[in-house]
Design a protein around this ligand. Structure first.
Ligand SMILES: Cc1cc2nc3c(=O)[nH]c(=O)nc-3n(C[C@H](O)[C@H](O)[C@H](O)COP(=O)(O)OP(=O)(O)OC[C@H]3O[C@@H](n4cnc5c(N)ncnc54)[C@H](O)[C@@H]3O)c2cc1C
Length: 441
């Protein structure tokens, strides 16, 4: 997020300094991202932002301004494989279909209407069509999601399910590299990067505006605009800035949450190149996506039976996967994909989400003039990184010119899909969007 914002602010003619307490670009929560690019969000803004961003991933070299576009660039049929200007590698957008397996009562009409409005290709697969196209799947209905120690976990399914299939999505093969690509592009435009540089204070001017940042070594960077893109650490940075402490910063706050993603071998017929798909399975309570090397990633979708692991300090989080979470997520996948061979030991990682109550991010100004946030990315905003730089640029431009974004939300233009995006959807003052209340947004 920070690298994308730096690129667009610098491109717009501002002088940007990126400070990151880490040792490397993209080494925060981005490095553990599953990097799924999908479009099934509960809000129009969510679908539009993801669809626009997919077009930018599809033309990654063009988006970065480092090369020309290969065949199919500018639409979602081409993947960028070019190196950067100095031959450095670029992240790749790997195509993969996405299946959304619905829980009972899911408002499919509303969901598909949003996809149609934005123009995302999709089809509804009934149970027979789902079984025909994805024979590796058990198309039974297992709802509600259960813990493995629930006596009913192994019960036979009670019916069958339908699915919504979207195409045009996929995943980014190396999310950390994508951040590096954005930062390299920002630096080529003149942005300055300072690693191992921690913000410890956010001073104010006598007039009450943000004055810049104070760093751990005691030095200070004066700046009229500061953007908090500190991921799971962003609530801590907001505390330093004295924002999100009262109603002027609204009811929407963000908190870090530990999250595990596991790795299992892909069974024949459900790998990346042999019939597999990314699956969001709200019927059983997991998501999966194939990856190169013949494995599947398996993550969670916050079913009611799973405890939420809120954490106070993202630095204190164990990155080792646990047996309990591994079994819950992988065994659920094994019910859906009966040929899955469940490994004896957990493999995978734990990362940290930065979660808002409605699982929608906050891209906004704050009650401290000049202090902006790109936070609360809720486990689902890596895909939107190519657009978020522009979102923050447009917010900064408008608000610094005196526009009252809180009263009259700024819009940004999604040039790849030819649609306008209302940034009020990401306001800290929103009353709470009607969403799945899960990582699916
Ligand atoms: C396990 C997991 C799976 C995910 N899967 C997906 C997915 O499939 N699809 C999707 O779209 N999204 C996904 N996400 C979400 C997505 O990865 C994040 O929303 C996104 O990467 C957040 O990027 P960021 O730049 O905001 O945060 P980060 O990458 O965490 O970067 C924040 C940076 O701020 C720095 N920082 C913090 N505090 C300070 C300070 N005081 N001073 C200086 N620097 C500081 C940190 O060092 C860090 O580099 C997933 C996230 C996780 C954890």
């Amino acid at each position: 997020m920070g690298a994308s914002i730096a690129l667009e602010l610098q491109r717009a003619g501002r002088s940007v300094v990126v400070v990151d307490r880490g040792d490397a670009v993209g080494a925060g929560s981005t490095s553990s991202s599953s990097a799924v690019v999908r479009f099934n969000y509960s809000t129009l803004a969510g679908v539009s932002a993801a669809w626009e961003s997919a077009h930018r991933w599809a033309d990654w070299a063009g988006h970065l301004g480092v090369g020309h576009l290969g065949p199919g660039s500018g639409d979602t049929t081409g993947a960028t494989t070019h190196g950067g200007p100095d031959g450095e590698p670029l992240a790749r957008f790997v195509r993969c279909p996405m299946l959304f397996l619905e829980p009972p009562g899911f408002p499919r009409v509303d969901a598909t209407r949003l996809l149609s409005t934005v123009g995302v290709p999709h089809e509804v697969l009934d149970e027979d069509e789902l079984a025909r196209r994805f024979p590796a799947l058990d198309t039974g209905r297992f709802h509600p999601p259960r813990r493995p120690d629930d006596p009913a976990f192994g019960d036979a399914p009670s019916g069958r399910i339908d699915a919504v299939l979207t195409t045009g999505g996929g995943f980014i093969d190396d999310p950390r590299l994508a951040a590096v690509n954005l930062m390299d592009a920002a630096r080529r435009h003149g942005a300055e990067l300072r690693l191992r540089t921690e913000v410890v204070e956010v001073p104010r001017t006598a007039a009450g505006r943000v004055a810049g940042v104070v760093l751990a070594d005691g030095s200070r960077i004066d700046a009229p605009v500061v953007v908090n893109a500190a991921g799971p650490w962003s609530a801590g940075l907001n505390r330093l800035a004295g924002v999100f402490t009262g109603p002027e910063d609204g009811p929407v706050a963000n908190r870090p949450m530990r999250q595990e993603v596991h790795v299992v071998p892909a069974p024949d017929g459900f790998g990346l190149d042999d019939g597999g798909a990314m699956v969001a399975d709200l019927d059983l309570g997991y998501y999966t996506r194939p990856q190169a090397g013949g494995t599947l990633l398996v993550g969670g979708v916050e079913p009611d039976c799973d405890p939420l692991e809120w954490v106070e300090d993202p630095d204190g989080v164990s990155t080792t996967p646990t047996v309990a979470c591994f079994e819950a997520q992988v065994w659920r996948l094994a019910r859906r994909v009966p040929d899955l061979a469940v490994p004896l030991r957990p493999a995978g990682l734990a990362g940290v989400y930065d979660v808002t109550p409605d699982w929608v991010p906050i891209y906004d100004r704050t009650s401290l003039d000049g202090f902006y946030v790109a936070i609360g990315t809720s486990g689902n905003q890596f895909k939107n990184a190519p657009l978020v730089g522009q979102v923050v640029r447009d917010l900064v431009d408008a608000c610094e010119a005196g526009h009252d974004h809180d009263a009259e939300p700024v819009t940004t233009w999604c040039d790849r899909i030819g649609q306008s995006l209302d940034l009020g959807a990401f306001s800290r003052l929103r009353s709470g969007s009607a969403t799945t209340g899960t990582v699916l947004g």
